[in-house]
Ligand binder design. Structure first.
Ligand code: KIV
Ligand code: ZN
Length: 515
């Protein structure tokens, strides 16, 4: 490894990942993900966009205070208020970074910013200088660099480095680049910018053409030494480069890359499951590295080969990325101390004794139905417990009749702002009947965009994890719920989404022109 350079892994699941429509996470959920990223040893965690909303500010602050082994970063547009807010949120961090950006492509400067290139350079320089007065570590990004002119990029980057930026990020914001061309852009920038040796070059690729990982890899081969990525490739529109794919390509093809990462790869699958549970974005079964089928051999000829000599068809070991790590951790006879201890090692601490007791009571209920409780079960249970605590509409009771040849019927009781209501409805199936019964009471006016069910662990006693995506007035939210009974899990997920619609979750978008 001595002749290789370190590649900085910058995770933006909590910021760009949260920009996936419906992927809003609350502070407690962000903290749990940040702790999992720390266990995985990512170098930099972009914890949010501090100025976006009071909730975002609080989350960046909480992550900065709780996570000590990673550098914590907040995004900020190239504007004084954004930069000051980011610095304020990062005060408690061991190592803080402000990531400031401005658009540099002709189309963005003309139509979004309505600024002349000259003024864009001035604003970038002012932003970097202001940020450097507040923290030592400043990253500057040229938004839409993938469609920017090379000469202009050279000019603005040279000025940003002179102003004190120590990381220069080249985002392919709209996922337009092609690997050979993007690699060449990085080569040219490093060669042509006179002070390029004073900064680490970074890339941030979106996946609109399915090329985010390939473009990032081409950039690394051309000299980039930081990649920005997300767990499960979550992110705005088609998402960002997926951390697990990048890290495992570098680990598996170490013959081809001049770099290594510090990632503890065994934490990849647990972290992927956690992000999926919290965001309600299921991982497709054929997704590389973290999909359920990623290491499954179906064809007899493959199975035969693997049994005779594993390397015939496997280029990585499942255990290397944390498959099979979901060992049984707790059971029916486990006590409160063992429960709290296991959660503590997953980064979950309860603020009050009551909250712990509440979660423990749910754990006991689950352990009565399911013999073996895995980490994934605990994560789902904690999500449920936290969500339930601040819901306006809560599930009180549900009974469903589903008899072959008859129309299923659901009878539900809900507590709405602490007042109990009941309703009955028929539907094409038990879940349909349940959602209709909920709507009899709530009459939310939402549209159901997506309904999906996943088994959290293997076995027929597994909890079903349900995702429900609702839309109202252009806002999209994802709700999730878990239970060994999938109709109850579905009701929980529907109510989770409804509660998000009812709460005020409006916030500024980082790529808006409101600078
Ligand atoms: O995609 C993008 O350009 C971004 C920047 C803010 C880095 O997310
Ligand atoms: Zn982005």
């Amino acid at each position: 490894m001595s002749d290789k350079e370190r590649l900085v892994i910058f995770d933006t699941t909590l910021r760009d990942g949260e920009q996936s429509p419906g992927a809003t996470m609350n502070q407690e959920e962000k903290l749990r993900i940040a702790k999992a990223l720390e266990r995985m040893r990512v170098d930099v965690i972009e914890a949010g966009f501090a100025i976006a909303s009071p909730g975002d500010f609080a989350s960046v602050k909480a992550v900065a205070e709780a996570v000590k082994d990673c550098r914590i970063c907040s995004l900020a547009r190239a504007a004084d208020a954004d930069i000051d807010r980011a610095a304020e949120a990062l005060k408690g961090a061991n190592a803080a970074r402000i990531h400031t950006f401005i658009a540099t492509s002709p189309i963005h400067m003309k139509h979004k910013l309505r600024m002349e290139p000259e003024s864009v350079v001035e604003r970038a320089v002012a932003a970097v200088k202001r940020a450097r007065n507040l923290v030592d570590d400043v990253e500057f990004s040229c938004e839409d660099a993938g469609r920017s002119e090379l000469d202009f990029l050279c000019r603005i980057i040279e000025a940003a480095i002179d102003a004190g930026a120590r990381t220069i990020n080249i985002p392919d914001t709209v996922g337009y680049a092609l690997p050979h061309q993007f690699g060449e852009t990085i080569t040219q920038l490093i060669a042509r910018i006179p002070n390029s040796d004073k900064a680490v070059f970074s890339v941030h690729c979106h996946n609109d053409l399915g090329l985010a990982v390939a473009n990032s890899e081409a950039a690394v081969l051309a000299g980039a030494r930081q990649v920005e990525c997300t767990i499960n490739g979550l992110g705005e529109r088609a998402g960002n480069a997926s951390l697990e794919e990048l890290v495992m390509a570098i680990a598996t093809r170490h013959d081809a890359f001049p770099v290594y990462t510090n990632i503890k790869t065994e934490e990849i699958v647990p972290c992927s499951r956690l992000v999926s549970t919290i965001t309600g974005f299921p991982v497709q079964p054929n997704k590389a590295i973290v999909g359920a089928n990623a290491f499954a051999h179906e064809a007899g000829i493959h199975q035969d080969g693997v049994l005779k000599h594993r390397e015939t068809y496997e280029i990585m070991r499942a255990e290397q990325v944390g498959w099979n790590a979901n060992r049984m951790v707790l059971g029916k006879h486990s006590g409160r101390a063992a429960f709290a201890d296991r959660l503590d090692s997953l980064g979950v601490q309860f603020e009050t004794k009551e909250a712990l007791n509440n979660a423990f009571a749910r754990f006991k209920e689950l352990a009565d139905k399911k013999h073996e409780i895995f980490d994934e079960d605990l994560q789902a249970l904690v999500s449920d417990t936290y969500r339930a605590s601040d819901m306006r509409v809560k599930l009180v009771d549900l009974s469903v009749s589903s008899v072959m040849g008859e129309t299923p019927e659901a009878e539900i009781s809900l507590s709405v702002d602490d007042k109990e209501h009941s309703a009955k409805a028929k539907g094409s199936g038990p879940v349909d009947a349940t959602f209709k019964a909920i709507e009899e009471i709530v009459n939310s006016g939402t549209n159901l965009l997506l309904y999906s069910v996943n088994a959290i662990t293997s076995g027929t006693d597994s909890q079903g994890e349900v995702t429900v995506r609702l839309e109202k007035g252009g806002s999209v939210v994802n709700g999730s719920g878990a239970d060994t009974d999938i109709v109850i899990a579905s009701a929980k997920a529907y109510l989770d989404a409804l509660n998000l619609i009812l709460s005020d979750y409006s916030k500024a978008h980082p790529q808006s022109d409101g600078v």
